[in-house]
Design a protein around this ligand. Structure first.
Ligand code: C2E
Ligand code: MG
Ligand code: MG
Ligand code: MG
Length: 285
């Protein structure tokens, strides 16, 4: 019986894994056509200054509207695009689209665009950035590229050069999902980041008494201040989390407490003249 059971379990796993692999292959095929079929768009989530609750910028987030499956999360399709060699093209589309759209908006807010480590490893990447800036006429100082700690995992000889080249264009760099990855502090010493994004896993529930997250956020903020970098707390959802983030001295906040990611015309509406600071409304329960 033990033997049968063992085989049974084995078959079960085989079948699941097969389905997963097949699913992935299908998604990969469909991703190949998604760009030309115009199935991507960007949504924009406000980044808010804690000092005055003004919108300092937006993060552009990719959305794939699949004709049959509907909405698929970037957390699912970005890794597939990376493995299938499609992220270079898709990432370039996101960068160009973000620059083109934001250059037409009524206020000079910043725009943050996520960059895959695969794009970052490509020596041609700075030229892609310069091209996106020149066709959109966006001021380089308004573009911020978000890079995760994983770029340091397979750090090649040209990583330092890449940072130097990107900074010489005049753009800003931010370190995304800080504290969740490779988390060596040595790269903070040399990589020219303008902003550290404190990962939402530290922000969520940080206000609960006895929670250790507040201590971690506090130390990231003091580290960032000493290195002359801004800090942004990601994924703040509640008034308590916001209050704590402000107490701990984060310079910026991004989270559902202020706004979910918005389609372009909604993002523009928030920048309309005469509109005051954002009001933290939090999640509707
Ligand atoms: P990320 O860059 O860390 O983006 C933040 C994610 O947190 C977004 O998820 C955003 O919608 C979500 N978020 C923001 N505030 C809250 C909150 O208060 N509560 C909760 N529960 N979530 C919040 P999204 O849009 O699903 O994106 C997931 C990830 O996909 C991104 O994480 C990024 O790593 C990747 N991604 C998205 N767009 C692109 C892109 O254009 N290029 C690349 N390479 N990656 C992208
Ligand atoms: Mg990001
Ligand atoms: Mg993040
Ligand atoms: Mg992330």
């Amino acid at each position: 019986a033990a033997k049968d059971g063992g085989r049974g379990i084995h078959r079960f796993y085989d079948r699941t894994m097969h389905a997963d692999a097949e699913d992935r292959r299908n998604l990969e095929q469909e991703l190949r056509q998604a760009l030309s079929a115009d199935q991507f768009h960007l949504v924009y989530q406000p980044q808010v200054s804690t000092a005055n609750e003004e919108i300092s910028g937006y993060e552009a987030l990719l959305r794939w509207n699949h004709p049959v499956r509907g909405y698929i999360s970037p957390a699912v399709f970005i890794p597939i695009a990376e493995e299938a060699g499609l992220i270079t093209q898709i990432g370039e589309w996101a960068l160009r689209t973000a620059c083109d759209e934001v250059a037409k908006w009524p206020r000079n807010v910043k725009i943050a665009v996520n960059v895959s480590p695969i794009q970052f490893a490509n020596p041609g990447f700075p030229a892609v950035v310069m091209n996106a800036l020149s066709r959109s006429q966006l001021d380089p100082g308004r573009l911020e590229l978000e890079i995760t700690e994983s770029v340091f995992l397979n750090e090649g000889d040209n990583t330092d050069q890449m940072f130097a080249n990107l900074k010489s264009i005049g753009i800003r760099l931010s370190l995304d999902d800080f504290g969740t990855g490779y988390s060596s502090l040595s790269y903070l010493k040399k990589a020219p980041f303008d902003k550290i994004k404190i990962d939402q896993s530290f922000v969520r529930g940080a206000s609960i008494a006895g929670n250790r997250n507040a201590a971690i956020i506090r130390s990231i903020v003091s580290l960032a201040e000493a290195l002359d970098m801004e800090t942004i707390a990601e994924g703040a959802e509640t008034h308590d989390e916001l209050a704590l983030i402000r107490d701990l001295g984060c310079s910026h906040v991004q989270g559902y407490i202020y706004s979910k990611p918005l389609v372009a015309n909604e993002a523009v509406a928030l920048l309309a003249e005469g509109r005051g600071p954002l009001v933290p409304t939090g999640l509707k329960s």
